[in-house]
Design a protein around this ligand. Structure first.
Ligand code: NAD
Ligand code: ZN
Length: 403
C-alpha cells in the first residue's frame, strides 16, 4: 500500500510499504477514507522530536472496516469508523478510570500510545491506504453514513482536533457566561473556540498572528486578537476595561479581575516570541501569557504540546523539556492547571452526536482536501503555519491528478 513516510527533517515521501495485517485477535484493518495532517505532525516533520526515519505518519484517521480479527465482537466488516489518536486497551487501571490517554498496556515503553507518533509505541500511522487498529472494539467509534458524504470532513475532526480543543475547554472549566482566552488559532485553538462558544462562554478571545486563522475564529463567534499588534494580554485587558457595559456592572474590587477566568494553551513549546522577535521561538511564551491573563482562582487548560526530547530546543534545558515558569505568581493567584494528551474517547461520541444533530459544523475550518501523493507539498505548506492552509485532509481515493 501507499504511505506517507518520514525520511529526515522537513522531508516526507509517499512510498509503497507492506500492507498491515491482523496481528492480534482484537485487531481490525481499516481502509482509510480520510486522514488529516496535524500540528503535532509538524513537530516530528521539523525534526523537533525523537521520531525515527521510516515512521509512517498519521494519527487522525477514519474509514471503513476491511477486516476483523476473530476476537472482535461489536465491530464488523463494512462499519464506518473514526479512531481516537490515542490507542488504548480499555481494561487497564487507567483506561478503567476514564484515562484512555494514559493506557498502561498498549505501549511497552510509556503510559500512552498513538498511531504514527514519536515515543508513542510501535504503531504505524494512517496517512496511508490502510491502518491496523488494535483493540478495535474499544478504539473504533461507529459512524453513520458512508465515505464522502456530508459528514466526512466533520467526523475526521473527532480523531483529535475537536476532542483536544474540547479537552482544553473542559480543563479550563469553561461554562455558561465564562470569559476565556485561547492562545493559538491553529486547528486545535479553533476547535477550542467552537467548544467554548457551544458551552455558552460569554467572551471568547482567540490570539494568533495569522489573519486567515483569526478570521476563522471570528466565524466561530470569537473575538480575534493579533499579537503582531502588541502585547495580547494587554490588548484583552484594554478591550475589557474600555467596554462600558462590562465596566457598568462591576462589584467592589472586581476591577482586579480584568483578565479572563479561563485560559487555554493551543500552541505549545514552538510558540513564537510575541514581544521581541516574532521570528524567534520562546517555549514559555504562552505559559507566561496565561499566567498574566488569567485572573486569581482561574483555570488553565494546556493542550499545546511540550516535548521531553527536542533536538532543536532554544537552549540545553529546553532540549530536554525543562522550562522556567513564574511559579510564585501561579501560587499567589491560586491558579489551577490541567494539561496533557486529550482523552479523545471521553468526548468523541458526544461531539459526534452534535455533528449528527446539526448543532456543530467543525469542518468549516478545513481548507484543503488532497490526494495522498500531495503529502510532501502539503507538509511543506502547512509547516509555514500561515496563509490559507488552516487544516489539510489527505484522501487516498482522490487521484494524484486532483492535487
Ligand atoms: P498549529 O501549529 O497549526 O497551530 C499553532 C498556532 O499557534 C499557529 O497558528 C501559530 O501562528 C500560533 N502561535 C505561535 N506562536 C504564538 C503566540 N506566541 N501566541 C499565539 N499564537 C501563537 O497546530 P495545531 O494543530 O492547532 O496544534 C496546536 C498544539 O496542540 C500543538 O502543540 C499540537 O502538538 C498540540 N496538540 C495537542 C494534543 C493533545 O492531546 N494535547 C493533540 C493535538 C495537538
Ligand atoms: Zn493530531
Amino acid at each position: 500500500m501507499r504511505a506517507v513516510v518520514y525520511k529526515a527533517p522537513c522531508k516526507v515521501t509517499v512510498e509503497q510499504v507492506e500492507d498491515p495485517r491482523i496481528e492480534q485477535p482484537g485487531d481490525a484493518i481499516i481502509k482509510i477514507s480520510t486522514s488529516a495532517i496535524c500540528g503535532s505532525d509538524l513537530h516530528m516533520y521539523e525534526g523537533r522530536t525523537a521520531a525515527e526515519p521510516g515512521t509512517v505518519f498519521g494519527h487522525e484517521n477514519m474509514g471503513v472496516v476491511e477486516e476483523v480479527g476473530p476476537g472482535t465482537t461489536s465491530i464488523k466488516v463494512g462499519d464506518r469508523v473514526v479512531l481516537p489518536f490515542n490507542i488504548a486497551c480499555g481494561f487497564c487501571y487507567n483506561c478503567l478510570r476514564g484515562y484512555p490517554n494514559a493506557c498502561l498496556t498498549v505501549n511497552p515503553a510509556a503510559p500512552h500510545a498513538a498511531y504514527g507518533y514519536a515515543q508513542m509505541g510501535p504503531f504505524r500511522g494512517g496517512q496511508a491506504d490502510y491502518l491496523r487498529v488494535p483493540y478495535a472494539d474499544y478504539n473504533c467509534l461507529k459512524l453513520p453514513g458512508r465515505p464522502g458524504d456530508q459528514w466526512e470532513d466533520d467526523f475526521i475532526t473527532l480523531a483529535d482536533i475537536w476532542p483536544t480543543g474540547h479537552h482544553g475547554v473542559v480543563l479550563a472549566g469553561v461554562t455558561t457566561g465564562s470569559t476565556v482566552g485561547i492562545f493559538g488559532a491553529g486547528p486545535v485553538g479553533l476547535m477550542a473556540a467552537l467548544s467554548a462558544v457551544m458551552m455558552g462562554a460569554a467572551e471568547v478571545y482567540v490570539i494568533d498572528r495569522v489573519p486567515e486563522r483569526l478570521q476563522a475564529a471570528v466565524k466561530l463567534g470569537a473575538t480575534p486578537i493579533n499579537f503582531a499588534d502588541g502585547d495580547p494580554v494587554e490588548q484583552i485587558k484594554e478591550m475589557r476595561s474600555s467596554n462600558a457595559a462590562l465596566q457598568g456592572r462591576l462589584r467592589p474590587g472586581e476591577e482586579k479581575m480584568s483578565g479572563a477566568d479561563h485560559g487555554i494553551d493551543a500552541v505549545g513549546y514552538q510558540a513564537r516570541d510575541d514581544d521581541q522577535d516574532e521570528d524567534q521561538e520562546n517555549p514559555t511564551q504562552i505559559l507566561e501569557n496565561l499566567v498574566r491573563l488569567v485572573n486569581p482562582t482561574g483555570k488553565l487548560g494546556i493542550v499545546g504540546v511540550y516535548m521531553a526530547k527536542d533536538p532543536k530546543g532554544v537552549d540545553a534545558e529546553a532540549k530536554v523539556g525543562h522550562l522556567t515558569l513564574p511559579w510564585a505568581e501561579i501560587f499567589e493567584k491560586g491558579l489551577q492547571i490541567g494539561m496533557g494528551q486529550a482523552p479523545v474517547k471521553n468526548y468523541n461520541e458526544f461531539l459526534r452526536d452534535m455533528i449528527i444533530a446539526g448543532r456543530a459544523k467543525p469542518s468549516q475550518i478545513i481548507s484543503h482536501r488532497l490526494p495522498l501523493e500531495s503529502a510532501p507539498d502539503a507538509y511543506r505548506a502547512f509547516d509555514q503555519r500561515g496563509g490559507e492552509y488552516t487544516k489539510i485532509l489527505l484522501k487516498p481515493d482522490l487521484p494524484a491528478s486532483a492535487a
